[in-house]
Ligand binder design. Structure first.
Ligand code: NAD
Length: 260
């Protein structure tokens, strides 16, 4: 069903973005990878995905805090594949501190990378989608797009913001074959979360395993992490015909976190 379509997945060199890129590639979708990391490891992901799934792949090193880079990334996608049918705004960073201690440059970086980048990428990609009358925009928000936690002011503000942006995108494109939806994961064990576990273990003088259990117990009644592959499968569903009339929604995959 999705074979031959093309996607940009931001922040797909690691974690959830990589899981989403692999799930889409498995359906025959060409992938423009993006994100930072070791060059050889990125090359391996980009060429390995192409040969494993028989799709076209490319890579953009665009920095999601830079609007001009984002426009160039979208242009590269259109030039390489002929069109961009699917945009997954996934790149994100985290920093934890109380508001009084929150460094201003971290606030600016989180708002730029976790929120504004989705605006710039959506704006740049819409003409290509509208020309074909089909498009899927998937914004990776968070449980923190729906509820808050202390010490995460910038992240929670950005994620609530991207849920709002998703709704506006959906309304503006309604009836034009283009949908926009947000996915709100709870805990997914990626480098972004591993750092929080390690910081907590160090601060409290407990083992990494204990810190992991504490992290789950504080928020997630299922006591299980979701996986990048789970979030990839949900993305594939949102791209399917069965989801053509789903738009403007925020779908939780959070082990009951936001049911509380
Ligand atoms: P991760 O650290 O494993 O991956 C983040 C990706 O974003 C990497 O590819 C990184 O290179 C890229 N990135 C970071 N800054 C960038 C920039 N300036 N420009 C381009 N790329 C950049 O993290 P993850 O856990 O996979 O997070 C992915 C998304 O999922 C984020 O938006 C995050 O907020 C969201 N999320 C994660 C969890 C979780 O529990 N891990 C839960 C809810 C939401």
């Amino acid at each position: 069903m999705l074979k031959g379509k093309s996607a940009i997945v931001t922040g797909s060199t690691s974690g959830i973005g990589l899981g989403i890129a692999e799930a889409l590639a498995e359906q025959g979708v060409n992938i423009l990878f993006n994100g930072f990391g070791d060059k050889a490891a990125i090359d391996q992901v980009v060429t390995g995905t192409a040969s494993k799934f028989g799709v076209k792949t490319a890579y953009s090193a665009a920095d999601m805090s830079k609007p001009a880079d984002i426009r160039d990334m979208v242009k590269l996608g259109v030039d390489t594949f002929g069109a961009v049918d699917i945009l997954v705004n996934n790149a994100g960073i985290q920093h934890t501190a109380t508001i009084e201690d929150f460094p201003e440059e971290k606030w600016d970086a989180i708002i730029a990378i976790n929120l504004s980048s989705a605006f710039h990428a959506t704006k740049a990609v819409l003409p290509s989608m509208k020309a074909r009358g089909w498009g899927r925009i998937i914004n990776v928000a968070s449980a923190h797009g729906l509820v808050a936690s202390a010490t995460k002011s910038a992240y929670v503000a950005a994620k609530h913001g991207i849920v709002g942006l998703t709704k506006v995108t959906a309304l503006e494109q309604a009836g034009k074959g283009i949908t926009a939806n947000a996915i709100c994961p709870g805990w997914v064990l990626t480098p972004l979360v591993q750092k929080q576990i390690d910081d907590n273990a160090k601060a409290k003088g407990i083992s990494a395993q204990q810190a992991k259990e504490e992290l789950l117990a504080a928020k997630e009644p299922s006591m299980h992490f979701s996986t990048p592959a789970d979030i990839g499968a949900l993305t594939v569903f949102l791209c399917s015909d069965a989801a053509a009339n789903m738009t403007g929604t925020s779908l939780s995959h959070d082990g009951g976190w936001t049911a509380q």
